[in-house]
Design a protein around this ligand. Structure first.
Ligand SMILES: Cc1cc2nc3c(=O)[nH]c(=O)nc-3n(C[C@H](O)[C@H](O)[C@H](O)COP(=O)(O)OP(=O)(O)OC[C@H]3O[C@@H](n4cnc5c(N)ncnc54)[C@H](O)[C@@H]3O)c2cc1C
Length: 398
């Protein structure tokens, strides 16, 4: 039986574990956090990602856990609506996808589907990979060294396993924006509509409904890359208080909740790499080709990549062929997903009052019914440049 070690238990890792196990591989997943991370907001499941969820028998469970977001309202400081965009009604359109689920809920669904068949190790991470003819010797920060036939890094945009696989070949291209995500108590001003507020200085805040009685908030600001994502949580909280001091709308409410809730703080970026594998090791999901939360495609790319990588490993003669096929099927889809809408993120996060006024005018025009359809096409994620293979594997032959 082929043994596979996967690093990262969020979306890509457990989805790969699901398919590999189904095809007869023996799978272990190592996750750095001490337990499954529950943080994050609504993520979209679109296009091919949705089809993969369907093939996993997960579509109904995702629908049952959907946040029910009605759409997005862009608002003034006094909460008056500037423009409103209703949620998509089809597979892939609109700024709010029809099928949305909290990231933590989706990770939990995927892990629950695999927990009795896959070995999950929490609170550890890979520190070294040493490939020999017959496998990969892996050393860990805490556990004893082990040998696997294959290793896949699915440990996110800041993957520390990626350099062990690809050296310095992958580029993490900054989008000059930081976003902090947190969950805060729901109040009467929250509804089924997400709200988006722009303040001068390239500062943006959003509030979104969830399905568990709380509200998901973000604070974002435009900035040159300064390494804030590596600061500890206390430093990041101080930075946010400083950056958002004096901003109106519901921002004081979010700042007041900062100390009491877990913060997920990220420097927005895209990962671009000339290859996604080396020898017996490969990269998957955000670790390989993060498209950024702005794309709305990260989760769909992770689900689709996991499906294709597992299917190719199960049906090709060896891992070299499989990794090459995984890349040639996924690359056009990834490149399309990484093409962000024109002007983003600068356009939607203006620095000046005049810039905000211009953006608001654009929104008003874009929200007119006739224009909305066209704008929806321009600004919705592009998710069609892939034809999902159907895999019918004989027992794995790596
Ligand atoms: C806590 C959290 C909150 C998020 N919130 C949002 C959100 O609100 N909106 C959005 O669009 N996207 C969010 N994302 C990113 C989103 O999940 C991904 O873009 C997408 O789903 C692809 O997932 P992934 O599994 O490839 O990577 P990720 O979801 O980033 O998962 C990577 C996993 O690897 C683990 N890990 C990191 N380093 C190591 C290591 N060295 N060894 C082992 N494990 C490691 C991480 O703890 C994490 O569980 C969030 C991610 C996380 C981890």
């Amino acid at each position: 039986m082929t043994t596979v070690l996967i690093s990262g238990a969020s979306i890509a890792g457990p989805a790969l574990a699901y398919w590999l196990h189904r095809y007869g591989f023996e799978v272990t997943v190592v996750e750095r956090a001490p337990e499954l991370r529950s943080g994050g907001q609504n993520v979209d499941v679109r296009g091919a990602g949705r089809e993969v969820a369907r093939r996993m028998g997960l579509e109904d469970a995702i629908r049952a856990a959907t946040t029910g977001e009605a759409g997005v309202r862009f608002v003034e400081a006094d909460d008056r609506t500037i423009a409103a965009f209703a949620a998509g009604t089809s597979d892939s359109d609109g700024p709010t996808a029809e099928l949305e689920i909290l990231r933590g809920d989706l990770a939990r669904l995927l892990v629950d589907r695999t927990a009795d068949r896959v070995g999950y190790v929490f609170g550890d991470h890979i520190t070294g990979l040493d490939e020999v003819d017959t496998g990969v010797h892996v050393s860990f920060a805490h556990g004893a060294p082990r040998t696997f036939d294959l290793v896949v890094a699915a440990d996110g945009i800041r993957s520390s396993t990626r350099p062990l696989v690809l050296g310095d070949e992958a580029e993490v291209a900054s989008l000059h924006m930081y976003t902090a995500y947190l969950t805060i108590p729901r109040t009467d001003s929250d509804s089924a509509w997400a709200r988006w507020f722009n303040a001068p200085g390239g500062r943006t805040s959003t509030l979104r409904p969830d399905n568990v009685g709380t509200t998901r908030a973000t604070l974002s600001f435009m900035s040159e890359p300064r390494g804030y994502e590596r600061w500890d949580a206390a430093g990041q909280r101080d930075l946010l208080r400083h950056r958002f001091a004096g901003v109106g709308w519901e921002v004081p409410r979010i700042l007041a909740a900062l100390d009491h809730h877990e913060l997920y703080f990220e420097a927005l970026a895209q990962v671009k790499s000339p290859r996604w594998s080396a020898g017996r090791t490969a990269v998957l999901g955000d670790a390989a080709y993060c498209a950024s939360p702005i794309s709305g495609m990260g989760t769909s790319l992770a689900l689709t990549g996991a499906y294709v990588l597992a299917g190719e490993l199960a049906t090709r003669l060896d891992h070299r062929e499989a990794f090459a096929a995984y890349e040639s099927i996924m690359r056009p889809y990834v490149e399309q997903a990484q093409e962000l809408p024109p002007g983003t993120p600068r356009l939607a996060n203006p620095r000046t009052r005049a810039g905000i006024a211009g953006f608001n005018t654009l929104l008003r025009v874009a929200s007119r019914p006739l224009v909305q359809k066209l704008a929806g096409k321009v600004f919705s994620p592009k998710a069609e440049r892939i034809e999902l293979p159907i895999y019918d594997p004989s027992p794995a032959a790596v």
